[in-house]
Structure formats: structure tokens, C-alpha cells
Design a protein around this ligand. Structure first.
Ligand code: AMP
Length: 629
């Protein structure tokens, strides 16, 4: 164990402890004693049209939480605040790339969502229907999500940075009849023509009946798909009350990448998801009603679903979110925002911290960050250097006098809410994500499901369901069952991990071929599919190699079709790269394309990516006995 991993390396200063509210130990003990009673007690903090009396119903792999309860998540996220003194409190503070601010109170948000929901109803959207949302990070995107939820319809948000092919696949898989989009999004001052992408994606999809279009730039005229409906027209049909649904009713489907096949649509529900995500917002991030909570994710990802939209609103907090890149128009923009809006809690990704670490502390000069209590990081490994830098420069130091703590925590799209983490009251152990949180039964096991001793690397599993977990994979029950049956110990996360003698867990990376670029999960299979759909590419294999800033970057190996060899050096790599960007979006575009004549394969034809990875890193490729001769 290196010095950086020693538990006494850092303590939690009194100055920080004084500002924190919850204490997790009691909750951990209570949840261990009687998990159902614990979660039912948490559920009482929400609005129900029928209060649940049952906790978990477990028939592996199928789970239900609060199965006799009835609610609609928007009752807790909107109605209860709009009725009370929080009516005039800011629910959303949105900043554009150019720092133009829009403040929407709980009262205003409630009304806009009710109107948008009534409009969607006139398009025939009812409970259970899937609606795809392809919107930039704006209040309109949030309103679209909440309006679907209001009706009991199931939204499926597709990140507005994804390309035509990725969007088309998701609309098709979800079976959406309605797609909601905008004319443009902004990234580094440039316009991204979202409407063109959406129109192209649905061009051949007869099942899509309506394309709702929010026009931000009215002067940006072009021909419209005949199915286009103006966003504004939704707001002219009165207001829609919340449709009460069973706690287990699906709230959304969110697509995420696996190692094989197409992205899978993870299903989350109204009841359990609301309780778990909001509970951890309060307990782990210490967010309280009225706090300003700055979440730097996007509504296209799970973090944006849980921590830009549902949990902070259910908690009555003010959520601050911003369109655009963290260092545009200048690298001071994040810290100016923290100071200007008195941000109390910040949720960001290690990639952003590493970016600021690289830029140096000058960027922070002159900004008062003392309103911050907690800086929470997730999505990818938080390396000890980035943690230490952030604690030193953003949180006020590593000793007495610090005003905040930088905490790491771990979860996944499938899990809806944090699972492991370093509670602000616990000493940080750089390199370790933390301990299992209240109500979580996580462990490190071998392939047979046997618990491994401390210090031995194995698979991270959850032995028992948590309320925020996925209930299924849209249209693919077999794939869903697989995550609960592949390892006898429980839910198989796909991550490799190791536990230390203090019960802290360190995440060592994926056990499969899923890449993590700047906190975004990308299936190597998705990128390979996009590569081979280019006319010049016969075969492709994609690996991730370490990257100082983004955690991992993508290297593609391609074998060319006959007749294309002489185009290498004449723009072929750029053409392949552009093709992947169009299909999947910029985040999945390879940083490097290597043209090769053969790929290392097993005798059964499986590509041995670890051999490619070893070659790329100049390492020993290890055991090659299964390599094709
Ligand atoms: P996603 O479902 O896109 O949120 O990706 C989840 C994956 O990101 C996990 O399975 C991990 O591989 C990785 N991940 C998330 N949080 C952390 C963390 N705190 N430390 C290391 N890896 C993480």
C-alpha cells in the first residue's frame, strides 16, 4: 500500500464537520437491521397518492420496491413546492455559454410543465408511451422530461452530442412516436444543428408521428419535416395534473453501452428511483432545501437525470446548470459561477478537475469559493493527484480551515443513485472510491461468487437490490436477467475492484471492453460498428489507452477493404474519423486511427484487445496461447 493510500493521510477538519448535517453511520446500521423498514421510512419524505406499506419484493432477477404505493414523481418534484412557501424559490438557474442567466421558480416550473404536458397529451401521448428527447442542456429540455413524467409517459433522453446513427437506433429501439428536439445547441460558440440531425434520423422511421421543435433562433429558417410541431404550440391547451401511477411504473429509459450488441435501454421507475436518488442527494452530497447545487453533467446522462432534474427538485433545492464547455468562453467561468450564485454543493467529473489542474491555480484567483461545502465527483476514476489538487485549491486545503470536502463516489446508469462513496464525514483515501452507502450490500468476489479477501482484485457485485436500480432493459429481458445470473453472488457491475482492510473499495476499471472517455461510457462494439459502416473499412478493433486529461482515449485499428490502400495518406483517416463523428458524435470519435493488415484473434475469432492494448503501450502482451496461429 502506497503512502497516498494510508487512512491517516487526511482527516476531516472541524471547520468542515461543523457545516455538515447528516451522519451516515446510524442509517447504515438501520438499513442493515431492517432494510424494508429503513427504505419505507425514507419513502415517507415524499408525496404519494397511496402510501406504500411494502419495501422490497424480490424474485431474482425481478424486483419491486414499494409495490403497493402510488405516486407520480412530479408531485414530489413540483407540486409540493409550488403549493408552499417554495413557490417563489428558484428551482432552476440556467446559464448559457455566454453566461446569460434564466431563473425559473418552482411556481413557474410547475406551470410550464403542466402546460407542456397538456400539449403533449393533444399529440396523443399517454401513460407508458415512449418519447425521445434530443435537446440541448436548457430549461426546455428539463421541462420536456418532467412533462412526460407528468403524464406517466416514458422519456428517453438522447445526449445532444450523439450523432444521427446513435439517435436513430435509440428512437427505433424505444419505439417512440414523438421526438422532441431544438433547432440548435451551442458548443464553444459554435452552433450544432440538432434539427438537421433529428430530421435525418427520423427520415426513414415511419413510426415517428410528431417531431416537436423548439426554435431558439427564429431567423434560422429551413425546410421542415412534415411531422414538425412547434414547441410553443404545446403551451396553449391548458394545464395537466399529475397522472398517478404505480411506484413501479417506468419513468424513463436511458441508453447505455455494453461490451457487445447495441446500447441497452435501462428502465427506471417513479417510486424507488425517487426515494433512492433523493436520499443520497441529502445524505452523501449534503444538499438541503434552498441550497444552490451546481451539477455539471448533462440531461443526456444518468447524472443529469438524477442530479440535474429529479433529486434536487424533489429535495426543494435550487439546481444550477450550464450549457457548453467548462473552459469556454474562458477557464474562469466555473469559478465565477460558484461565486456569483453562492454555490453550496458542486457535482463534477474528474476530467474537469484534471483540466483545471492542468490550467493551474491562476484561473481560480480572485474567486471566493467559500460557499462550497461539498465537491462530489463520479463517472470515472478520481486519481489521487486530482483529488489532492481539488481539496487544496477548491475546498480550502487539507487541514483545519478548509471549508469543503472533495468526495469520490461510484455508481452506474443501471443503479440510478450512488452505491459506494466517501461520505463527507469519512476520511478520504485517495485512490479509493469509498465504502458501501446505507442500504447497499456490495462486495468483491471471484467468478464463482466467492468473497475475496481484502487486497485481492475481483468483480464488484451487489448482493441485494437497491430501490434506485434498473428494473429491466427495454425489449431485452434476457440481457437484464444476465446481470443478475452471470455471477452467483448477485448483480454483476462489470467493474473490477479491490477492498482494503477498512472496507474501502478501489475501482480498478472495467472487466469488459467498455471504454470510459471523459466520464462517458462508450462501447467498443458501438465504435467498431460505426467504423465498419465506412465503405473503406473491412474490420475494426477499438481499444482505450490512458489519457492524462480524459482518463482514456480511443485508438482504432482498421483493416481496409481491397482497393482503398492507396488512399491512406490522402485523407482516408480523416474521412473515417468524420464518419464515426457523424454516426455517434464527437465523444466517440477515435483520437487515433491505425491502419493494420491483421488483428490478433483467438482461434474462435474473438479479437484479443488486450494484445492491441499491450502493443499500444509497449507492454508485454502476456499469455498468447489462445492467439490464432
Ligand atoms: P455510467 O453508467 O455511464 O455512469 O458509467 C458507469 C461506469 O463508470 C462504472 O461502471 C465505472 O466503470 C465508471 N465509474 C463511475 N464512477 C466511478 C468512480 N467514482 N471511480 C471509478 N470509476 C467510476
Amino acid at each position: 500500500m502506497t503512502d497516498a493510500h494510508r487512512p491517516d493521510r487526511w482527516f476531516v477538519p472541524e471547520s468542515v464537520l461543523r457545516r455538515l448535517k447528516g451522519d451516515p453511520e446510524e442509517d447504515i446500521a438501520a438499513a442493515r437491521r431492517d432494510p424494508d423498514a429503513f427504505w419505507l421510512a425514507q419513502a415517507r419524505a415524499f408525496e404519494w397518492t397511496k402510501t406504500p406499506t411494502t419495501g422490497l419484493t424480490w424474485n431474482r432477477p425481478h424486483m419491486q420496491w414499494f409495490a403497493d404505493g402510488e405516486t407520480n414523481i412530479t408531485l414530489s418534484a413540483l407540486d409540493r413546492h409550488a403549493r408552499g412557501e417554495a413557490r417563489t424559490r428558484a428551482a432552476l438557474i440556467w446559464l448559457s455559454e455566454t453566461e446569460e442567466a434564466q431563473v425559473i421558480t418552482y411556481g413557474m416550473l410547475h406551470e410550464r410543465v403542466e402546460r407542456a404536458a397538456a400539449g403533449l397529451r393533444t399529440l396523443g401521448v399517454t401513460a407508458g408511451d415512449r418519447v425521445v428527447i434530443y435537446m440541448p442542456l436548457t430549461p426546455e429540455g428539463v421541462i420536456a422530461m418532467l412533462a412526460c413524467a407528468r403524464l406517466g409517459a416514458v422519456h428517453s433522453v438522447v445526449y445532444a452530442g450523439l450523432g444521427v446513427g446513435a439517435l436513430r437506433d435509440r428512437i427505433t429501439d424505444a419505439g417512440a412516436r414523438v421526438v422532441i428536439t431544438a433547432d440548435v445547441g451551442y458548443r464553444r460558440g459554435k452552433l450544432v444543428d440538432l434539427y438537421a440531425i433529428a430530421s435525418e434520423a427520423i427520415a426513414e422511421l415511419g413510426g415517428v408521428e410528431h417531431l416537436v421543435l423548439w426554435e431558439r433562433i427564429k431567423t434560422y429558417q429551413r425546410e421542415h419535416d412534415a411531422r414538425t410541431v412547434p414547441w410553443e404550440s404545446l403551451f396553449t391547451h391548458g394545464r395537466a395534473g399529475a397522472v398517478p401511477v404505480n411506484a413501479e411504473h417506468p419513468l424513463y429509459v436511458l441508453y447505455t453501452s455494453g461490451s457487445t450488441g447495441k446500447p441497452k435501454g435501462v428502465i427506471h421507475t417513479h417510486g424507488g428511483y425517487m426515494v433512492a436518488s433523493t436520499y443520497h442527494l441529502g445524505q452523501l452530497f449534503d444538499v438541503r432545501a434552498g441550497d444552490v447545487f451546481f451539477c455539471t453533467s448533462d440531461i443526456g446522462w444518468i447524472v443529469g437525470h438524477s442530479y440535474i432534474v429529479y433529486a434536487p427538485l424533489a429535495a426543494g433545492a435550487t439546481v444550477l446548470f450550464r450549457e457548453g464547455a467548462p473552459d469556454f468562453p474562458d477557464p474562469g467561468v466555473f469559478w465565477r459561477t460558484v461565486e456569483r450564485y453562492g454555490v453550496n454543493v458542486l457535482f463534477t467529473a474528474p476530467t474537469a478537475l484534471r483540466l483545471f489542474m492542468k490550467l493551474g491555480p491562476d484561473v481560480l484567483k480572485g474567486h471566493d469559493l467559500s460557499s462550497l461545502r461539498v465537491i462530489a465527483c463520479a463517472g470515472e476514476a478520481l486519481n489521487p493527484e486530482a483529488w489532492r489538487w481539488a481539496q487544496q485549491h477548491l475546498a480550502g486545503g487539507l487541514e483545519e480551515g478548509a471549508h469543503a470536502v472533495v468526495i469520490d463516489h461510484w455508481w452506474q446508469t443501471e443503479l440510478g443513485a450512488p452505491i459506494l462513496g466517501t461520505h463527507p464525514r469519512w476520511p478520504a483515501r485517495p485512490g479509493f472510491v469509498g465504502r458501501p452507502l446505507a442500504g447497499v450490500d456490495a462486495d468483491v468476489v471471484d467468478e464463482q461468487g466467492q468473497r475475496l479477501p481484502d487486497g485481492v482484485q475481483g468483480h464488484l457485485v451487489l448482493r441485494r437490490p437497491t430501490p434506485g436500480m434498473m428494473r429491466g432493459i427495454h425489449g431485452n429481458p434476457e440481457k437484464y436477467a444476465q446481470v443478475w445470473t452471470e455471477n452467483p453472488a448477485g448483480y454483476l457491475s462489470g467493474d473490477l475492484a479491490v477492498r482494503d482492510e477498512h472496507g474501502y473499495i478501489s475501482i480498478l476499471g472495467r472487466a469488459d471492453d467498455v471504454l470510459n472517455v471523459a466520464g462517458h461510457r462508450i462501447g467498443s462494439a458501438d465504435v467498431e460498428d460505426a467504423l465498419v459502416s465506412h465503405p473503406a473499412v473491412a474490420e475494426a478493433a477499438v481499444i482505450g489507452i490512458p489519457d492524462d486529461l480524459k482518463g482514456e482515449s480511443i485508438v482504432a485499428h482498421v483493416i481496409l477493404r481491397q482497393g482503398f490502400e492507396d488512399q491512406v495518406g490522402r485523407g482516408l483517416r480523416a474521412s473515417i474519423s468524420e464518419h464515426v463523428r457523424r454516426e455517434l458524435g464527437p465523444i466517440a470519435t477515435p483520437g487515433e486511427i491505425r491502419v493494420v493488415t491483421a488483428l490478433p484473434k483467438t482461434r474462435s475469432g474473438k479479437i484479443m484487445r488486450r494484445v492491441l492494448r499491450a502493443q499500444a503501450l509497449g507492454q508485454d502482451p502476456g499469455d498468447l496461447t489462445t492467439l490464432e496461429g
